[in-house]
Design a protein around this ligand. Sequence first.
Ligand SMILES: N[C@@H](CCC(=O)N[C@@H](CS)C(=O)NCC(=O)O)C(=O)O
Length: 235
Amino acid sequence: MGLRYVMKLPHLHLISFDLCPFVQRSVITLKYKQAPFEVTYIDLADPPDWFREQSPLGKVPILKVDHDTVLFESAVINEYVDAITQPPLMPDTPLHQARTRAWIEYLGEQTMTQYRWMTAANEGTFEMERHAASRGLERLERELAVDPLLAGHEFTLIDATLAPILLRYSLIDDIDNPWEPGAFPRLAQRWDALRNIEAVSASVPSDFAARLAAYLRAREGFAPSHIASRLTVPD
Ligand SMILES: N[C@@H](CCC(=O)N[C@@H](CS)C(=O)NCC(=O)O)C(=O)O
């Protein structure tokens, strides 16, 4: 009998916004670990009072544990979920753990760069963020060649953080997309493996691209309408 069935997990309640890549990291981790959890979606544009009270930074995700203890910051939530469930997604030596956390921080920066690119108010900012995103992906591609923490075949907490970024890039069919599978063959191979993992494919609703397009269309400025029109929305 696996440990999962022996240990009684606490009640886990994720406070979510359906398009948030940081929430998605935690959904992937929870699903990969097959940890049962409740979800409440909030409107980030008009968050309820209880959320303002419970989320110290006013951000999603938060994870409520046994109803009254609040965890915030997706990377921290993921480490907690990892610690209470099997199999471990964090390496077991302090040095590899520290380097894993560093790469997760790096991917947090890439997530923000991607968001700034998708929401750039004008063409100049769009171009600047596209270059920043490209450089970020280039660095990852190089590291994938040499760093077993990134290139390992096992699913890890780094993968839970990488998948939301690559999902969004892969949905945008645009010449200006910094993500070019041909230019980043190792990353493309990693994405091919990740997208087929159920915890990843089931981490967003089936109409995710349409929802993202609607979110972008509702925003002002150059990039949102441009990118919304290039999102691959299945019929
Ligand atoms: N470092 C945070 C970032 C979370 C974050 O930026 N969430 C966004 C949505 S994707 C948010 O809640 N923004 C609300 C706000 O900033 O007011 C984490 O990893 O959890």
